[in-house]
Design a protein around this ligand. Structure first.
Ligand SMILES: Nc1ncnc2c1ncn2[C@@H]1O[C@H](COP(=O)(O)OP(=O)(O)OP(=O)(O)O)[C@@H](O)[C@H]1O
Ligand SMILES: [Mg+2]
Length: 596
């Protein structure tokens, strides 16, 4: 994908706060920064001395036969070469010394943002595009590096160099020269800033179009299978091309406006240099200036405008960097909704009895999902939740895991309110087999060991066996080291589910949450895995969610949920006797499975 960036319309003004916030990163390596500045000054001084050396060389030959005394010009020539080299060399030294400062700042900020993103609740992540998030971080950290380097090493030094040259000119020649230089520089800066502001909207438009076509391409490729199922390659290509056409014209405008900027800058430089030359030539003719002086002035003019040439670019990029950093810091400023209470203690799960008391909850305030759900799971017993799709079963599991906080009522484990214990200790106590398992793009072994990263290979093998994965893994040429692909798309649904079961077994927590844990398995595999799950469940408090009632008929208690309300509860036999929703569902499913 093409690199791109978004412009936002926040000017330089409010961003001093950001520039100040970068200060600690500079202070972390005080010595390095000082050394880098030292090298910078050395480089600039060498740079400014180059035209001076040139002047002396030219002056030396003026009015002399060419073969006269070769020793002096040799020393001068050597000095000239050395100065040229020093100017570049010190510049490189400066970059090398400063690299660590910028790199470390990027590292620190990236880590901080990463940690913070993991702190933010599930809701935040569900409503955000991960791709865009990653780009925000990337742009933000690059922005910091850019700002550090250019603010310290481009703008300030350029001004310093201009001042040095002005001093030399002022000391040696009439003030007209200095006035011309300063006038040209001011014209140049004003023009650059003005035109850059004007063309910002073309840049922004081009970037927006770039983002749009990128998003379209990525989305289309992610949906590769769907595109093929419906034979819509042409349609996709046309849509993409429509975006590309807009992108093309935006880029054209961008290019043309850049050409206008560059030409204008060149015109100012040419005019200034010509004016200086005319002035200098007059003085040389009048005998008040040497030929060397004229060469020197010419060299200064050319040399001075090289860094200035970057100014338009740097100005735009700095604005951009500030915007990107601001957006990334905005992420950091995003408060986490689910946080540990200040007095939070570690959860003592003991047997892990669970109680929901009159729990009300909705993902959005205007759409309640759970309406006063209450139930008890005594330590070591198994509760099953059944009910139609969308009734809020998985929501209950998410609340128990504290992905969200309840709106009213409370949830306790072993008598401790979830909001009063640390999230780490809570989540360590619960093992989940989620409804949709997503795997890391790594090996099967890695994904299973994720349940407990320090598990021994024998323990992993044991978990594999209990999850009924051993047959599958034996048939794989690379066994446990087989890679599962992005989000685990290269293993089947049932295999993925058994990997999730294996890693839960490996975690070995006191509380189990099984959300349709065997829904993707055929009945043979299901029976085998259910054996392991039931065995694991005998010693633990278990919350099982199921569509297929036969998988939970052995539960100590079954809860029927409809539209976020508990409509029936009891064990299998009593629910059947009750002849309500459950009994109807049971009869229905028995009927369906008859042909099997
Ligand atoms: N992050 C979310 N934001 C908004 N609404 C959500 C969110 N997650 C789930 N919902 C809604 O909440 C309701 C309950 O969802 P939940 O996942 O708990 O259903 P479920 O009982 O597990 O259904 P299924 O049997 O299909 O898995 C659904 O109507 C769903 O659309
Ligand atoms: Mg569900």
């Amino acid at each position: 994908m093409r690199p791109s960036s978004i412009d936002d319309d926040s000017g330089i003004r409010p961003n001093w706060r950001i520039i100040r916030s970068l200060f600690p990163y500079l202070m972390e390596f005080r010595g390095r920064v000082a050394l880098a500045v030292l090298f910078l000054v050395a480089a600039k001084v060498a740079n400014v001395a180059v035209p001076l050396a040139l002047k002396f060389i030219v002056d030396h030959f003026e009015g002399r036969p060419a073969d006269a005394v070769i020793a002096v010009p040799l020393a001068l020539l050597a000095a000239y070469g050395l100065l040229r080299f020093s100017a570049v060399f010190f510049g490189e030294l400066r970059d090398a010394v400063f690299a660590r400062v910028a790199e470390r700042a990027m590292r620190r900020v990236s880590l901080e943002v990463f940690r913070h993103l993991h702190r933010l609740e599930l809701g935040f992540h569900l409503s955000r595009r991960t791709g865009a998030l990653a780009r925000d971080i990337e742009r933000g950290t690059n922005g910091i590096s850019f700002l550090l380097r250019f603010l310290v090493f481009n703008i300030a030094p350029t001004l310093f160099e201009i001042a040095l040259v002005a001093i030399i000119l002022l000391a040696a020649f009439s003030p007209v020269f200095v006035l011309t230089v300063v006038g040209a520089v001011v014209c140049y800066i004003v023009f650059s800033v003005w035109v850059t502001e004007w063309r910002t909207r073309f840049v922004r438009e081009a970037n927006a179009m770039d983002n749009q076509s990128n998003t379209r391409a990525v989305d289309s490729l992610l949906n590769y299978e769907t595109v093929k199922y419906f034979g819509n390659e042409r349609y996709e290509a046309e849509r993409y091309d429509t975006d590309l056409a807009k992108w093309e014209s935006a880029r054209m405008k961008n290019r043309l406006s850049l050409a206008a900027l560059n030409s204008g800058q060149a015109l100012i430089i040419a005019a200034a240099v010509t004016l200086m030359m005319v002035l200098a030539a007059g003085e040389v003719a009048a005998g008040t200036m040497t030929l060397g002086d004229l060469v020197m002035i010419n060299a200064y003019m050319i040399q001075l405008f090289i860094p200035l040439n970057f100014l338009g670019f740097v100005y735009r990029e700095i604005r951009q960097a500030l915007v990107n950093i601001e957006r990334m810091f905005g992420l950091l400023g995003q408060p986490a909704k689910v946080v540990d209470a200040p007095h939070a203690k570690a959860l003592r799960p003991d047997g892990g009895s669970i109680r929901f008391s009159n729990v009300h909850f909705g993902y959005q305030p205007n759409r309640p999902i759970l309406h006063g759900v209450s139930f008890d799971i005594p330590a070591g017993s198994k509760l099953a939740i059944v009910g139609p799709s969308g009734s809020g079963k998985s929501t209950i599991a998410r609340l128990l895991f504290r992905f969200y906080d309840v709106d009213a009522g409370c949830i306790t484990i072993n008598g401790q309110d979830l909001r009063d214990v640390t999230q780490d200790s809570l989540r360590a106590a619960i093992g989940v087999v989620p409804q949709d398992t997503v795997l890391f793009n790594d090996t099967i072994a890695y994904n299973i060991a994720y349940g407990r990263p320090d598990a021994a290979p024998e323990e992993i093998a044991e978990a594999v066996r209990r999850a009924n994965l051993d047959g599958f893994i034996q048939r794989l040429p690379e066994g446990l080291d087989t890679r599962v692909g992005e989000r685990g798309l290269k293993v089947s649904g049932g295999e993925k589910q058994r990997i999730a079961i294996a890693r839960m077994l490996l975690k070995d927590p006191p509380i189990l949450v099984l959300d349709e844990a065997t829904s993707s398995l055929d009945s043979t595999a299901e029976r085998a895995v259910l054996g392991a799950l039931n065995e694991a469940a005998t010693r633990r408090t278990t919350l099982a969610i199921a569509h297929r009632l036969s998988t939970v008929r052995d539960a100590d208690r079954i809860l029927v949920l409809e539209h976020g309300r508990v409509v029936e509860q009891g064990d299998h036999a009593s629910l059947l006797a009750h002849r309500g929703v459950y009994a109807r569902l049971w009869k229905h499913q028995q009927h369906e499975s008859l042909p099997e």
